[in-house]
Design a protein around this ligand. Structure first.
Ligand code: B12
Length: 439
């Protein structure tokens, strides 16, 4: 049996004006190119569980104008933004008599919808059910839905080695590796791995290192993006990982929360382990906008007054911060755009990413906004890009949110502002290195 693993690659955005505006700025265009090229770790991971008698090939959707007929089944992975494209693709594949199995975050969050378009839907963590799906496929007894969420969360001690070897040799400048799944915090809007399985878990350090070594063997000097929700949520695991990565010569980027700034020793270990940048979801610099969005302990709101200091502490260790802000939160009003701009200016954030609050189908945010009658279009998964609006904001009209956002994008990514922040970063870094040497 020969299985084709097809990734819905590339960025998605419906608002053409914003796309044109964004890509006209060098900093945005560069980041867009970098992430355009990331392969799907979900598919490579489940391919790593395929038995040796089965063939496996990895393809990007952009290479699939013609669906190759040599496959006995196709595994597709989709996020919400690409779900309609994935269904259209599935229809073409099934018309050729090839069964389609669909997994990923959108299939997990909207399984009934997905089941109307494919032969089998996998909900949750693929590792828990993929061997069974393949056995059923061989026996011709595929079930319409496999729900990994009704089983025990996947034990990372058994994590398969992702099939990085399926990737073409010169095509990918960056690769993803996962070190943990889930997050101890419960943000209402979150549509990431906590929706696959709510339990927070870390991958054994030696497994992560083995994946990094595998990538280095295959691709020489790979740049790594950890595909985590919150790499340093478990500080003990984070420290052990940094110790193991010290002097390995990797360069990497990750996503984590602002609490890394509380631990300067950890920041030094991160720098020594090759960390180039961390992305932090600040969401907003305003207490009123953050209040209530994290449901376990109102964690984000309680941290607001330490945000500025945190950026300074992290960046002085030579690690740049990419600060993410969400516009359209219930506590936002027309002054929020200026507040974000001011925060970026006074913190000296090296990089910044602004998105709209996005109700992904199947999330608690979606449920609440739907009950409040605030979802603009119930059938608009293609608007789940983080850069398109699909809800009615509280203290602004949709048009005010959109034009305020576009204007903020123009100001944040103006090349002179980007340059000023990057020069300030280098200057402060030199200064703190000098201070460190003197003390
Ligand atoms: C790396 C990444 C990317 C990469 C690669 C995406 C990809 N196709 O894998 C790039 C940069 C291309 C990307 C792009 C986008 N992304 Co992105 N991305 C991530 C990130 C950081 C990590 C995802 C990851 O690799 N996880 C690890 C793997 C192992 O998990 P997984 O893919 O879910 O796979 C597991 C299961 O889902 C399942 N599974 C998955 N597929 C399949 C298939 C089968 C057949 C089976 C059986 C099982 C299965 O098994 C896997 C193992 O358990 C997350 C945020 C985060 N911290 O998680 C956002 C995230 C996934 N991205 C998001 C978004 C919105 C986008 C974009 C729409 C942005 C845009 N405007 O263009 C695009 C759309 C991309 C596309 N064309 O589909 C959202 C998605 C929310 C949602 N529910 O839809 C997230 C959660 C970020 C967020 N802020 O909310 N992204």
């Amino acid at each position: 049996m020969n299985i084709g693993y097809i990734a819905m690659s590339g960025l998605r955005l419906v608002d053409q004006e914003l796309l044109d505006l964004g890509l006209s700025f060098p900093a945005v265009a560069r980041r867009a190119r970098e992430i355009e090229a990331l392969p799907s770790l979900g598919l490579l991971t489940i391919a790593g569980m395929s038995p040796s008698h089965m063939g496996a090939e990895y393809l990007e959707v952009r290479d699939c104008d013609e669906i190759p007929a040599r496959f006995d089944a196709i595994a597709l992975s989709t996020l919400s933004a690409t779900s309609k494209e994935a269904y259209a693709m599935a229809a073409r594949i099934r018309a050729m008599g090839i069964p389609v199995i669909l997994g990923g975050l959108h299939a997990t969050l909207a399984p009934q919808e997905a089941a109307r378009h494919v032969d089998a839907v996998v909900m949750g963590e693929g590792e828990c059910v993929w061997p069974e799906v393949l056995q059923d496929l061989e026996k011709g007894t595929l079930k319409p839905i496999y729900d990994a969420r009704s089983r025990k969360p996947f034990d990372f001690n058994f994590a398969p080695m992702p099939r990085f070897d399926l990737l073409g040799p010169d095509r990918y400048p960056r690769f993803t590796v996962q070190t943990q799944r889930g997050c101890p915090w419960a943000c209402e809007f979150c549509a990431a791995s906590m929706r696959l399985s709510p339990t927070f878990r870390t991958k054994p350090v030696e497994k992560v290192i083995a994946e990094l070594h595998r990538l280095r063997d295959l691709f020489q000097r790979p740049f790594i993006e950890f595909a985590d929700d919150n790499t340093f949520a478990d500080k003990r695991h984070g420290r052990a990982l940094m110790k193991a990565m010290a002097n390995e010569g990797f360069r990497w980027f990750t996503e984590t929360d602002v609490s890394v700034a509380d631990d300067e020793d950890l920041l030094r270990m991160m720098r020594d382990a090759g960390c180039q940048q961390i992305l932090i979801g600040f969401e907003s610099p305003r207490f009123a906008s953050l209040d209530g969005i994290e449901k376990n302990a109102n964690w984000k709101a309680r941290r607001t007054d330490r945000y500025l200091r945190a950026v300074e502490t992290i960046q002085k260790h030579g690690i740049t911060v990419n600060g993410c802000f969400m516009l359209g939160l219930d506590g936002d009003d027309p002054s929020s755009f200026e507040d974000v701009f001011q925060f970026v200016e006074s913190s000296g954030l090296y990089d910044v990413q602004v998105t709209y609050l996005t109700p992904f189908p199947g999330t608690p945010l979606w449920k609440r906004l739907s009950e409040e009658g605030r979802i603009l279009c119930e059938d608009a998964a293609d608007r789940c890009t983080l850069f398109d609006i699909n809800f009615q904001p509280t203290h602004m009209s949709v048009e005010e949110l959109r034009s305020g956002f576009h204007n903020l994008v123009r100001r944040l990514y103006a090349p002179e502002f980007v340059d000023r922040r990057s020069r300030a970063f280098r200057k402060h870094l030199k200064h703190s290195i000098r201070n460190r040497k003197q003390s």
